[in-house]
Design a protein around this ligand. Structure first.
Ligand code: PEP
Ligand code: MN
Length: 305
């Protein structure tokens, strides 16, 4: 893996590394990268209207400024597609988890759940962010979300880069756990070169020979915060301690460390019943844990700014 050279800065990533550039990133009415700490909290995946409403209230009351929630989930295996299951608050029985849905059916359920998400966001004053996986879903998703997430699996997807370069909405680019900061800055430069400037970075762990956790393949790269601030001072950095640790009991400590190290915000998975979350049940926080985390990081943020 190559380090970032002076030649890179001059020839390959001149725009994203500009030092005199003021970048305005505004999701709904929330500014990211200013003095305010922006915590985006919510479930890995939207499971129904009740779940998203309840979570929106809890995270808003605890001080989150935005809400996260997935509909299009990049799954490691083809089975268990959440969009193939009925809403948790419906009376329908579970459906065959081996069934592969066509895109039209996926989009139909995704759109209905994005509708719940938008309603929750509006009711509780939280701009919403969700992952985009298919370039041709951009127009549909744009009706609902305030910000787009590019998941780690998609950071090099040129169809998404092309499509997202045309939207005015802000985007969050997640670094793949096996990719260098040089590659991440390269992806950002692809956006810059297409005139798209309102993006933020998200660090969600890097591979490591051991992670203190048998279920995990990643460890949080805290050092990415000062490094990204040095190379690309105008781009806000969001830390995702949920996917980086993959472990509930590590999330609060890593959140505190991230804020102390200068992160502009956090992306945190929160669920009303974390152990029974459809996806990522090992890392989601319940409402009480999330409230305590928010109180602690606020104190750290106040102390260092
Ligand atoms: C997520 O945020 O829900 C997600 C799937 O992210 P990642 O791309 O980091 O796995
Ligand atoms: Mn998740």
């Amino acid at each position: 893996m190559k380090d970032i050279s002076q030649t890179d800065i001059q020839n390959n990533i001149p725009l994203v590394t500009r030092r005199d550039f003021k970048r305005e990133i505004k999701a709904g009415e929330v500014y990211i990268g200013g003095n305010e700490l922006v915590v985006m909290a919510g479930p890995c995946t939207i499971e129904g209207k009740k779940q998203i409403m309840e979570t929106a209230k809890a995270v808003r009351d605890a001080g989150a400024k935005m809400m996260r929630g997935g509909v299009f989930k990049p799954l490691t295996f083809p089975y268990g597609e959440p969009l193939g299951q009925p809403d948790t608050d419906s009376n329908e029985p579970p459906r065959d988890r081996m069934k592969i849905l066509n895109k039209r059916d996926l989009y139909q359920v995704a759109e209905r759940r994005l509708g719940y998400f938008k309603e929750a966001g509006e009711k509780f004053g939280l701009p919403i962010i969700s992952e985009i996986m298919y370039a041709d879903s951009l127009d549909m998703m744009s009706e609902y979300v305030d910000m787009f997430q590019v998941g780690y699996r998609h950071m090099f997807n040129m169809d998404l880069i092309e499509a997202l370069s045309k939207t005015k909405k802000p985007i969050m680019i997640k670094r793949h756990y096996g990719e260098s900061l040089r590659s991440l800055l390269g992806v950002a430069e692809h956006f810059e070169a297409r005139g798209k400037h309102n993006f933020v970075f998200c660090e969600r762990g890097v591979v490591a020979p051991h992670t203190h956790n048998i279920n995990s393949r990643a460890i949080l790269d805290i050092q990415a915060i000062p490094a990204l601030k040095e190379y690309a001072p105008s781009v806000p950095v969001i830390i995702d301690p949920s996917h980086a640790t993959f472990k509930r009991s590590y999330v609060a400590a890593m959140s505190r460390a991230a804020i102390a190290a200068g992160a502009d915000g956090l992306l945190i998975e929160v669920h009303p019943d974390p152990e029974n979350a459809w996806i990522d049940p090992l890392q989601a926080l319940g409402f009480t844990d999330f409230k305590k985390l928010m109180k602690d990081i606020r104190a750290i943020h106040d102390a260092i700014r």
